[in-house]
Design a protein around this ligand. Structure first.
Ligand code: AHR
Length: 299
């Protein structure tokens, strides 16, 4: 007679999570969401901070495999180079869940992907920017970490829409690594090179936009006025920048993935079917109602 294995509960789960690092406020919010959800649900979480290094993340995954965790969550810092370690997890019978960022691997190597539609975020940023510029002007772009899924997709989505605007030109695109410090540095260089030719800035995240705002002020121009700015994430500081008139819009990217991640982990461990991709539903925010919305923002 066939015996059915009893279903696991949250309290039975041991989950390893290989995080990207702490490069942005978004990431801090994402880490907090994962840790808080584990605590609330009673899941045993083994958390590893990859400090923006793929090598560190791969090492962490190998440690989780040796520890025989039930599920591994990972937000891959870059898209490529995961095949071998994901295969090792598969061989050990440990499902991988991609959280936030995608990995460029065969679909059989992961159970599901929980995260935003980064291409659509890029398209939305472009739609807003085209309106702000009345269809005409020069844009500089600060991209996220080279080779990362959000940087690749936000670059692509933005250009898809901008093709429809022949009088808008993307005159420069520079890696700002998703950090405030790099955003400021890169914008200062761009201002030195292009000065008042720059009409707008598209930043792949709010942190880089906030760094760039400082560089624009130090250069003697008014961010949000002389240079229109659209960025992505919708962190609390972006709302403050909009209230201060320094940022023209932020496209939301939701980091509060903790509860859904553990719900999926439990389903996967218990052999329940899950979709291959669970995108988040996200909005666009503008200065007009930033003051009213800010108090309710959780990250
Ligand atoms: O992968 C999501 C991106 O990573 C966020 O937009 C950015 O702020 C973070 O560092």
């Amino acid at each position: 007679m066939a015996t059915t294995r009893p279903k696991k509960t949250y309290r039975d789960l041991v989950v390893g999570f290989a995080q990207v690092g702490a490069e942005s406020e978004w990431r801090t919010g994402n880490t907090a969401s994962i840790k808080e959800a584990a605590e609330e649900l009673g899941v045993e979480l083994i958390f590893a901070d990859g400090q923006q290094s793929q090598e560190n993340q791969i090492k962490a995954i190998r440690t989780f495999i040796a520890q025989q965790v039930d599920v591994i969550g990972v937000s891959p810092v870059v898209e490529n180079g995961w095949d071998s370690v994901f295969q090792e997890a598969r061989d050990a019978g440990i499902p991988i869940i991609l959280v936030d960022r995608r990995a460029n691997v065969d679909e059989s190597l992961y159970a599901t992907h929980l995260g935003s539609d980064f291409v659509e975020e890029g398209r939305n940023a472009a739609r807003v920017m085209a309106k702000l510029l009345n269809g005409k002007g020069n844009i500089v772009e600060l991209t996220g970490t080279t080779g990362s899924a959000p940087a690749i997709d936000r670059y692509k989505g933005f250009r898809e829409i901008m093709q429809e605007y022949p009088e808008i030109h993307i005159i420069a695109s520079v890696d700002g690594d998703f950090t405030r410090a790099r955003g400021k540095e890169a914008m200062a260089d761009l201002l030195k090179q292009y000065g008042s030719q720059i009409n707008a800035l598209y930043a792949h995240n709010d942190d880089m936009a906030i760094g760039a705002i400082k560089a624009i002020e130090e250069y003697g121009l008014q961010p949000g006025v002389d240079i229109k700015i659209v960025s992505i994430d919708a962190i609390r500081d972006a709302f403050q920048a909009m209230i201060d008139g320094k940022l023209n819009a932020t496209v939301e990217c939701n980091p509060l993935l903790g509860p859904k991640f553990f719900e999926l982990a439990l389903k996967v461990v218990n052999g329940e079917a899950v979709p291959k991709w669970i995108p988040s539903s996200e909005s666009i925010f503008y200065p007009e109602n930033a003051r009213e919305i800010l108090p309710s923002r959780k990250y």
